[in-house]
Design a binder for this molecule. Structure first.
Ligand code: SF4
Ligand code: SF4
Length: 423
């Protein structure tokens, strides 16, 4: 990592905030919008149906992707390819009784370990991909992911029961022989059940690859995996409640005003901002995720998912607006800050002109997506967005190539011959 990060003048890049209050409960949503992309709805789940909290609505074919549940009492008002909309209703006795009949699962009393736990956790709404990764050493990234996101310290210091149970479940799930918890060097934490490692606390120190390097002293060492503290919190939450996961912890706010909340999955962003007394005015930018790496979104009617870490309003004028076609002036600032030692100026230009294979030759796939290149770009080019586009296009091309390779010999040629014949 280049020393320049330590010199970045913005004190908000320091990822320790001294916030240790327990999370507030978020609003009771009037409506939720649940992600259903790739999910198969359970039989009978359809529009106009009444649903109750923790009722399973759909399953995902991936064994590592958690199933989807209703977080509220409500009526399904719309189902499309991308979303399930549920409008809150006052439950009658029958619906209340149905909610009370949801069986709690005592995960900690179960003898299952390792891969046997994966389907159980999936059935409780948990994404297990990063939790059960095959590695000798597993590092828990205990830093706030982005500047402005502030839930990591309360997660470590104020929600001990949740953390303890999350760690216990992680130990049962992960094949790793050693589990380490990486925390900012300023945080003094006593945990008898996990080894604590102190790491730098100035962004981009929270980027996974840099946490691994800080802990092991190596870049991309073999046999080392990493999982976010947010995932461990979710695991602990399910172990504590015994119920399917229908919430996430997010920071809601702006750089100057923020709070941490436990909110229902699918909560609409407009409703969350209103609850947190954050105004969204014309010209402001709405960000889902962290202010530096999150995605900018256009509508207050978009919602948060289980993995969401924040919702932010970036006030108009506080950060100069990015310009898609603004030309690079070759100032070199992005090259100086890049922790992956890449040339973001070149990469963004290749992506801009759809020269994705050239971007690959310049190691675009090694980009850590820290967002610093875009942050320092004086020409306000959306450098990270261009890089993500190139990575996405290359991944798509690779998937097509793999499919072609899997086809029996002759079939690919016949198919391409037929396609050519149609032209
Ligand atoms: S986002 Fe930009 S600065 Fe960060 S690793 Fe990628 S290219 Fe480098
Ligand atoms: S910081 Fe922006 S203008 Fe400067 S070299 Fe990088 S992409 Fe070009």
């Amino acid at each position: 990592m280049k020393e320049l990060f330590q010199m970045l003048p913005d004190p908000r890049f320091h990822l320790v905030y001294g916030i240790t209050q327990r999370f507030s409960e978020g609003p009771s949503p009037r409506q939720v919008r649940l992600n259903r992309e790739g999910f198969k709805l359970l039989e009978g789940i359809s529009k106009k149906m009444l649903v109750y909290p923790h009722q399973k609505l759909g399953v995902h074919p991936s064994p590592a992707k958690g199933d989807v549940f209703s977080p509220i009492f409500g009526k399904i008002t719309e189902v499309n390819e991308r979303s399930i909309f549920v409008e809150a209703v006052e439950p009658d006795e029958e619906l209340r009784a149905a909610a009370q009949s949801v069986e709690k699962v005592d995960l900690l009393a179960m003898p299952e370990r390792g891969g046997e736990l994966v389907p159980i956790l999936k059935g409780l709404g948990l994404n297990t991909g990063s939790l059960g990764q095959d590695c000798e050493t597993l590092i828990i990234n205990g830093l706030n992911p982005d500047p402005g996101v502030t839930w990591a310290e309360p997660m470590l210091l104020a929600h001990q029961r949740n953390l303890h149970n999350g760690l216990e479940m992680l130990r049962r799930l992960s094949p790793a022989r050693r589990i380490l918890l990486a925390v900012p060097k300023e945080i003094r934490l006593q945990h008898h059940d996990v080894e604590i490692v102190h790491v730098p606390s100035h962004y981009p120190a929270s980027v996974n690859a840099l946490v691994i390097k800080a802990v092991t002293g190596k870049e991309r060492p073999d046999g080392v995996g990493i999982v976010g503290l947010h995932n461990v919190w979710s695991l602990g939450r399910v172990a504590v409640t015994g119920l399917p996961l229908t919430e996430t912890v997010i920071t809601i706010g702006s750089f100057t005003h923020s709070g941490n909340y436990i909110v229902k999955e699918g909560s609409m962003i407009g409703e969350l901002l209103a609850f947190a007394n954050i105004e969204f005015r014309d010209g402001d930018t709405l960000v889902r995720g962290g202010p530096l790496r999150g995605e900018s979104i256009e509508k207050l009617s978009r919602s948060v998912t289980k993995g969401s870490t924040g919702v932010f309003v970036v006030e108009a004028g506080s950060v100069p607006v990015m310009e898609g076609h603004s030309p690079c002036i070759n100032c070199g600032a992005c090259v100086l800050v890049c922790p992956a030692r890449l040339s973001p100026n070149l990469l963004s230009r290749y992506a801009e002109f759809a020269l994705h294979e050239r971007a690959r030759k310049e190691y675009v796939e090694q980009c850590l997506e820290c967002g610093l290149c875009g942050y320092v770009c004086i020409a306000r080019r959306p450098v990270l967005q261009y890089i993500r586009l190139a990575k996405h296009k290359l991944a798509e091309a690779d998937a097509v190539r793999r499919l072609e390779e899997l086809k029996p010999v002759g079939q690919g040629e016949a198919a391409s011959g037929a396609a050519q014949g149609g032209n």
